[in-house]
Design a protein around this ligand. Structure first.
Ligand code: SAM
Length: 176
């Protein structure tokens, strides 16, 4: 990962993704104390217990890579909106957010059944995820994908990569 120095893993669980960032400054946050003490023991890196809907990372700390992997389907829509709206404040110039989420397909199917059975109460349709992401970020990638076992599709997922919204400067607007 070119130019990535500082990584924030939001809802990091037991530090599942921490090894992917071995050469970078990394901070993982999760509300589950057992996950966090396991992650600290296992990876020997910084992990904090915290409710990410009240994220208290000082805004003078900026991250090049913010990962939100399989967290948001555990969080209700107002809190998801609030969290996504806050994350751009934590991005460095040129930094990106990367979200991986569980999709609720429209029609009756195994992936729909499994999404409904998930412990997260808020799996959302592709359209809902898209709407939530582009409210707070400029879209770079929005890519649905399936998780299969053999030839059978078990879960529908989506990957989103975004950056802080670019605001056009008033001078440019006046000039046109
Ligand atoms: C499905 S797990 C994903 C964990 C990890 N990102 C991964 O991909 O393996 C969802 C995680 O979100 C955490 N979580 C849910 N709500 C949270 C909140 N409000 N604040 C912090 N963590 C939260 C749970 O404790 C759990 O570890």
């Amino acid at each position: 990962m070119h130019n990535v120095r500082r990584v924030l893993d939001v809802g990091c669980g037991p530090g599942t993704d921490a090894p992917q960032f071995a050469d970078m400054d990394y901070l993982g946050i999760d509300q589950n104390e057992r996950y966090i003490s396991h992650a600290r023991r296992r990876h020997g890196r910084p992990f904090e217990v915290g409710d990410v809907t009240r994220l208290e990372v000082p805004t003078d700390q900026r991250f090049d890579f913010i990962l939100v992997n399989s967290l948001l389907h555990h969080i209700d829509t107002p809190s998801t909106r609030g969290l996504l709206a806050h994350l751009p404040n934590l991005l460095s110039d040129g930094g990106h957010v990367h979200v991986i989420e569980l999709v609720l397909p429209p029609r009756s199917s195994l992936p729909r059944l499994l999404a409904r059975a998930d412990r997260g109460e808020f799996p959302r349709s592709l359209q809902e995820w898209h709407g939530l992401f582009v409210e707070s970020f400029d879209e770079i990638v929005f890519e649905p994908f399936d998780v299969c076992v053999g030839r059978i599709v078990f879960w529908n997922m989506v990957y989103f990569k975004g950056c802080a919204k670019h605001r056009s400067s008033p001078m440019r607007e006046n000039a046109s």
